[in-house]
Design a protein around this ligand. Structure first.
Ligand code: BES
Ligand code: MN
Ligand code: ZN
Length: 509
């Protein structure tokens, strides 16, 4: 949706190495011969660069070294990583993100990384070279993400190419595949960030639907987009109750991806994402401080659409998931007005159960239950996964930056959380405790839409569970605390959280 501001990743074989700057990592106490072992073949001046004298390889230390300008590589940035015993791949990702940003800030267009020398550090941590290269490629792309569609155009120089400097032995197909996989993930994550960073006056439900249609057209996915009338014909009255106060038309988006080589009747992964383009709270209006953040209340839907972008990019590289993938994204605004739903109102959800809407700010679960019902009526999911910025209570429980993972099958929630963490999407399993269901008892309807403050994420999950059949592999991801960040790999704003984990689920055995 924003202009193409791609960082190209290319491979240079030894002998061809030529770049504005080389980036290298040093452990504490290391010098040119370790940190720049291979780089030195194209930058022989490195070993005698005077800047080494005051560089010790301590964590967060970095140094710029300069050689004769006529050389193929005449600059080098070395990053200290400290001692290897304290080091994690997450630290390396962050350090590398800082480095590529620093190269861009220097006004350089091309940077290179001597992956062969760097991989010695990966090896010390037990990380295979392909996995290591993949994380560096992704880190570079995420670090350079910026959302500038809503500023006056500036002509700031950008880093355009990142060269992986390799020797013949190192540069094999599996390494290239790993880097291409990271690039596909980056595309999806950056799309999700763009969608969630967009203000609500731009990213309306109908605009989001256009973006979904564009992704579908580009990658040949089928798309079905329902408007208010069709949503009503589907009896999605819980969804309609949320959109009622808004002047914006709601959209219910369904994407289908059926890779050619997968059997017609193979069970799909069905991914459901919460898409509230702005959450005012409705009649139960939120306080104004920080309310602007609620433009990101469609991050779940953005993660689902981002996943489809990633799957499409992977297909372009001949990489296909193990099953069909269905994306379901209910999109609307939650607004107060003369037509809005009021506390105490009762609606019959698509599944036929009635819900007393005690709190109009517990709207995400209302749109999700109708989407989950739609998913089960129309598909036989192998996995049914919903992802949503659902409860502030999840941030209270786990702190900023982590998602809560729920499943009635605790092995499954543990497995998804483990995979998410391995992909640097911080996650933790939370329990689906049936004894808390009594909080959702209503005096007048089959259930009410929220319980007490205690265990707010758990009761939200239990509410959803009432609309999911017991025999389904269902996972609920509450990403309310993971949708925003501000770090070396994430300029302040949306994270694109979920794209990696959802993609991974599509490839699960
Ligand atoms: N979108 C919010 C949850 C949220 C809060 C997301 C903070 C991101 C950051 C959700 O719709 C909401 O308002 N939840 C209420 C539920 C309550 C009324 C039961 C909440 O968490 O306070
Ligand atoms: Mn809300
Ligand atoms: Zn919300």
């Amino acid at each position: 949706m924003t202009e193409e501001k791609n960082l190209d990743i290319e491979f240079q074989i030894q002998g061809q190495w030529k770049t504005d700057i080389a980036i290298a990592f040093a452990l504490e106490g290391e010098g040119a011969d370790d940190a720049c072992h291979f780089t030195q073949t194209a930058a022989p001046w490195l070993s005698i660069a005077p800047q080494w004298r005051d560089f010790h390889g301590k964590k967060d230390e970095h140094v710029l070294l300069y050689g004769p300008p006529a050389m193929d590589i005449s600059r080098c940035m070395v990053l200290g990583l400290g001692e290897s015993k304290d080091l994690s791949l997450e630290d390396i990702r962050m350090a590398f993100g800082k480095a590529v940003s620093a190269c861009q800030d220097l006004g350089l267009e091309h940077a290179g990384v001597d992956i062969v020398s760097m991989a010695r550090i990966g090896a010390k941590l037990g990380i295979a070279k392909d996995a290591f290269a993949k994380e560096l490629a992704l880190a570079a792309k995420l670090a350079l993400y910026s959302c500038d569609a809503y500023r006056k155009k500036s002509e700031k120089p950008r880093l355009r190419k990142l060269f992986f400097l390799l020797d013949d032995d190192f540069c094999d197909d599996s390494l290239k595949q790993a880097v291409r996989f990271a690039e596909a993930e980056a595309k999806g994550i950056c799309l999700a960030r763009d969608l969630a960073n967009a203000p609500s006056n731009v990213m309306t439900p109908s605009r989001f639907a256009e973006e979904a249609q564009n992704v579908a057209n580009y990658h040949n996915f089928s798309a079905k987009i329902l408007g208010r009338e069709e949503i009503s014909a589907e009896n999605m009255n819980a969804f309609l109750a949320v959109t009622k106060g808004s002047a914006e038309e709601p959209r219910f988006i369904v994407l289908e991806y059926r890779p050619h080589h997968i059997a017609e009747d193979a069970k799909p992964a069905v991914l459901v994402g919460k898409g509230i383009t702005f959450d005012t709270g409705g009649i139960c209006l939120k306080p104004s401080a920080g309310m602007e953040e609620m433009k990101g209340d469609m991050s779940g839907a953005a993660a689902v659409l981002g996943t489809f972008e990633t799957l499409g990019r992977l297909a372009m590289n001949g990489v296909f998931p193990n099953r069909p993938v269905i994306g379901i994204m209910p999109l609307c605004e939650n607004m107060p007005s003369g037509t809005a739903t009021k506390p105490g109102d009762i609606v019959f959800a698509k599944a036929g159960k009635s819900v007393e809407i005690i709190n109009t700010d517990a709207e995400g679960r209302l749109i999700l239950i109708d989407a989950l019902t739609y998913a089960q009526e129309n598909y036989q999911p192998e996995y049914l996964v919903d992802i949503a910025t659902l409860t502030g209570a999840c941030a209270v429980a786990l702190g900023e930056g982590a998602a809560g993972i729920f499943s009635c099958d605790e092995k499954l929630s543990k497995k998804v959380a483990d995979r998410a963490n391995a992909l640097f999407e911080r996650a933790w399993p939370l329990p689906v405790w049936k004894h808390l269901s009594k909080e959702l008892k209503s005096n007048v309807a089959d259930m009410k839409n929220c319980g007490s403050r205690y265990g707010g994420s758990l009761t939200a999950c239990l509410f959803l569970k009432e609309f999911v059949s017991d025999d389904i592999n269902w996972v609920h991801i509450d990403m309310a605390a993971a949708d925003n960040a501000d770090n070396a790999l994430n300029p302040k704003g949306a994270t694109g959280y979920g794209v990696r984990t959802l993609t991974d689920i599509c490839f699960a055995e």
